[in-house]
Design a protein around this ligand. Structure first.
Ligand SMILES: Nc1ncnc2c1ncn2[C@@H]1O[C@H](COP(=O)(O)OP(=O)(O)OP(=O)(O)O)[C@@H](O)[C@H]1O
Ligand SMILES: [Mg+2]
Length: 350
């Protein structure tokens, strides 16, 4: 299926083109943030447009969550400017961000596991009927709306009465994305939505991320996985120790280069050489009676090429660095759409 994540983006491209000339949904320029003596961000810029996915990549401690906390109103920036729809703002709370159409799906998903899917879907925005003392929850409407909203995103969940805790991590992420789209978010911020997922489930979640983009939202996707980012991203912002290490449009950077930059380029090459040397030593121990070098760690945890999991037509191997971690050196690996019953993600448009 070649009409996977990117071809569907043609619709998103249309939305972006329609928005050309308008102010971006979000524009952060030269953002700085200190936690006491710790400088978490300095001079970071990020632009989010309708119908585009902006990926924020960086290693642990790079400042991704800090940046997203500023976007979603949890923290205030100390330097730089934050504009929403062209207007400069300093957000005081997550509620303020939500009122301006910025929905954030956190990694730990604030759900109540024992409550049904529909109940979680409407948490804090419950539908009611009747007035005064006769006012009660409109359970039937909430069930039906949840089912419809999920279906519009291509998620066919037969039983919305199931406790949300019985859904898989991927299904829960998809439900959270459908919820943001349903409640009219303009910007969807996803903090590492694929971090805890297997290859297949990550593919499914990325498909719904693409569906949100095609519904016209501006999406910020935080990840440390360049494979996931490159499958769906229109723009890539790389953070390194709180500063901008790069900002590229999709056509400017291949998956291989993105992976290389993420891993710090020469650092990755150095590790590659070390692993290669260790592996040669293992295959060809002590040539010509030369003494075994002591203290060289056995590269036990390094998978041989034929142990690397199959990419399944959707994704490259999760988090694997190095040559066999970068499918398609030209960055044009197969773009599978994952399951979804042939439903057009564009139908999710509201
Ligand atoms: N509440 C805090 N108080 C003090 N320092 C903090 C706080 N939160 C984050 N930091 C520091 O700010 C820097 C950036 O952290 P941040 O959590 O934004 O990184 P990250 O890119 O999200 O990392 P990860 O991939 O591990 O989630 C780190 O050095 C971190 O130790
Ligand atoms: Mg983080």
């Amino acid at each position: 299926m070649t009409d996977g994540m990117r071809t569907a983006g043609a619709a998103g491209g249309g939305a972006a083109a329609a928005g050309a000339g308008e102010a971006p949904l979000l524009e952060l320029t030269g953002i700085g943030k200190d936690y006491g003596a710790v400088r978490a961000l300095e001079g970071v810029s990020l632009t989010v447009r309708a119908g585009e996915i902006t990926c924020v990549l960086g290693d642990n401690g790079a400042g991704k969550s800090t940046l997203i906390k500023i976007v979603s109103g949890l923290h205030r920036h100390d330097a730089g400017t934050y504009r929403i729809g062209g207007e400069e703002v300093v957000l005081g709370s997550p509620r303020e961000a939500l009122d301006r159409g910025i929905a954030t799906v956190h990694q730990d998903l604030a759900v109540v596991p024992l409550m049904p899917v529909w109940r979680n879907f409407f948490l804090g925005s419950e539908l009611t009927r009747g007035r005064g003392p006769l006012r009660r929850l409109d359970v039937r409407a909430m069930r039906a709306t949840t089912r419809d909203a999920l279906l519009r995103m291509g998620i066919d969940l037969h039983d919305v009465d199931r406790p949300i805790g019985t859904l898989s991590g991927g299904q829960r992420q998809c439900t959270a994305i459908a919820r943001a789209v349903h409640f009219g978010a303009k910007v969807l911020v996803l903090d590492e939505p694929t971090a805890a997922l297997g290859v297949k489930q990550a593919g499914v979640v990325l498909k719904y991320v693409a569906a949100a983009r095609d519904a016209g939202l501006g999406v910020v996707l935080i990840t440390h996985n360049p494979h996931h980012a490159h499958l769906v991203g229109d723009r890539f912002v790389l953070l390194k120790r709180g500063t901008m290490a790069g900002s590229h449009a999709r056509e400017e950077i291949s998956l291989e280069e993105l992976t290389r930059q993420m891993a710090g380029g020469s650092e990755l090459e150095q590790i590659g050489h070390e692993l290669e040397r260790a592996s040669l030593r293992r295959r060809d121990p002590a040539p010509d009676g030369a003494p075994e070098p002591d203290g060289v760690p056995e590269p036990d945890g390094v998978p041989e090429p034929d142990e690397v999991p199959e990419p399944d037509g959707v994704l490259g191997p999760d988090g694997v660095l190095g040559p066999h971690g970068a499918p398609g050196s030209d960055g044009k690996q197969a773009r599978g759409g994952g399951p979804g019953g042939g439903r057009n993600p564009g139908e999710g448009g509201r």
